[in-house]
Design a protein around this ligand. Structure first.
Ligand code: HEC
Length: 263
């Protein structure tokens, strides 16, 4: 589950609901203070006394015994007295505020359903990530997985490196020396070390071992870039790299032509 949610963090495509809400909140607060300043300067002529009086009256209104003395309710437990102090107004406001918040929250999320619940929000983010991936696929065209070759141009390797840094280092380490996942810089591979093998491992994952499938996150081209980048790390032998796992990978001998002599 942890792994399954990580691709989303790498995709910051959607202007999230939270950003909008905080923008509205900031805007409202700013407008409030600007209006308040205007009111004080223009209507009150800079004299804040009436305003503070007003607020003091509102503030004290919720306290039924405002101004009263603390009343002892039980005298003397071995010299310790218990006082029936009035509840401070700030506490009453806070308490009232939580009730108001709950009402607004319930109306918003459960009655009018104007804000999405976490599951719906998650589904929205997934859908947005999927659309963004489809757009990227459409833009770059498909690749031939049967005749896959490692990319060698600098831009592709850099793009692969960037995606690797953002999505894979938590398990494979910054230098791909391996943490939870295996060392990707040695010649030993669990699932094969050719470009097609590495491509297939990234695309399909090894879910039962904790390596998720990335095919819903990356486009084929992007997976090719990442796989190509990984293969450039062969033999880099990073410090603290994990011991080799799997078997020594040998590039299969290049396929010969059908071998039949042409008559
Ligand atoms: C949650 C941890 C985790 C993340 C994140 C992760 N991997 Fe893995 N990865 C693993 C594990 C565990 C294995 C070993 C699977 C096995 O035992 O077959 C593995 C195996 C691999 C292998 C095959 C290694 C071999 O020896 O055959 C490759 C290639 C690979 N990961 C690439 C990536 C890439 C690229 C990313 C990022 C896009 C990534 N991994 C992200 C955990 C992770």
């Amino acid at each position: 589950m942890i792994a399954a949610s990580s691709p989303l963090h790498s995709q910051a495509q959607t202007a999230s609901h939270g950003t909008e809400t905080s923008l509205i909140l900031t805007g409202t607060l700013t407008a409030f203070f600007v209006l308040l300043t205007f009111f004080i300067v223009i209507v009150l002529g800079g004299d804040v006394e009436p305003l503070t009086k007003f607020f003091r009256r509102v503030y004290n209104a919720v306290s039924p015994q405002s101004g009263g003395e603390a009343i002892p309710i039980e005298e003397n437990h071995d010299g310790i007295t218990e006082l029936d102090n009035r509840v401070p107004p700030w506490f009453n406001y806070l308490f009232g505020g939580t009730i108001l918040f709950a009402v607004v929250y319930m109306l918003d999320y459960h009655v009018w359903r104007s804000s999405p619940l976490p599951q719906a929000e998650y589904a929205q983010e997934l859908a947005a990530a999927d659309i963004s991936r489809r757009v990227r696929v459409a833009a770059e065209g498909s690749i031939n997985e049967e005749a896959l070759e490692p990319l060698t141009d600098e831009a592709s390797i850099a793009a692969g490196h960037e995606r690797f840094s953002r999505n894979c280092v938590t398990c494979h380490g910054a230098n791909a020396g391996g943490i939870v996942g295996p060392n990707l810089t040695d010649r030993y591979w669990i699932s094969g070390g050719g470009i097609k093998d590495v491509y297939a491992t990234i695309k399909n994952g090894v879910p039962q071992k904790g390596m998720i499938s990335w095919k819903l996150v990356f486009t084929p081209k992007e997976i090719q870039q990442i796989a190509s980048f990984i293969l450039t790390l062969q033999g880099t032998n990073p410090a603290n790299g994990k011991k080799p796992e799997g078997t020594l990978f040998q590039e299969p001998a290049p396929q010969k032509d059908s071998g039949k002599a042409v008559k």
